[in-house]
Design a protein around this ligand. Sequence first.
Ligand SMILES: [Ca+2]
Ligand SMILES: [Ca+2]
Length: 190
Amino acid sequence: MPRFLKISLLTLVILSAFTVNSWAQSVADLVITSGSPTVTPSSVAPGGTILLSSWTVKNQGTASSGYFENGFYLSADSTITSSDTYLDGNANTSLETGAQFTWGGPDLVIPASTSPGTYYVGILVDKNNQVTESNETNNYVSRQITVTASTTCSTWADVVAKYQEYKNGDATFREVIECFKERREHRMDE
Ligand SMILES: [Ca+2]
Ligand SMILES: [Ca+2]
């Protein structure tokens, strides 16, 4: 092979290595910089509403992100994925390198069918993975909550049924009063 051709080939190899390398480094990285959200109240009955604190998403990568969608989820563990129970969501327009956006905290309804227990409520940015990122594992934050047993006395019919139980000797009068109070508190929550 002539010497000049060898040099040209070598140049080509070096140039392509540089090109591939700089292309690989220029990638977005979305991250929630506000940490785990606070959840109010931290204990809620199925069908109840919780309020998350405001949160901030930042693009700490080296390329613009493009449009992406975010989700709020109910999860059995602290890791939030798009397979968890979807509660609500929103979307961001493209964030430039170093740019961030702060969202107000969302109101989220815990599904009425949720069994009592310990859960996590979380935020997942780029839930549909529309953005290619240098780190795909730092896209969520979560906070533990307790889902309590559902309210048994939420309607007048429940109170009447409890009174009937009392008349039949299956409940105390105190339980009827408690049921009445529970129903009133439930109404005030709505
Ligand atoms: Ca990321
Ligand atoms: Ca992604």
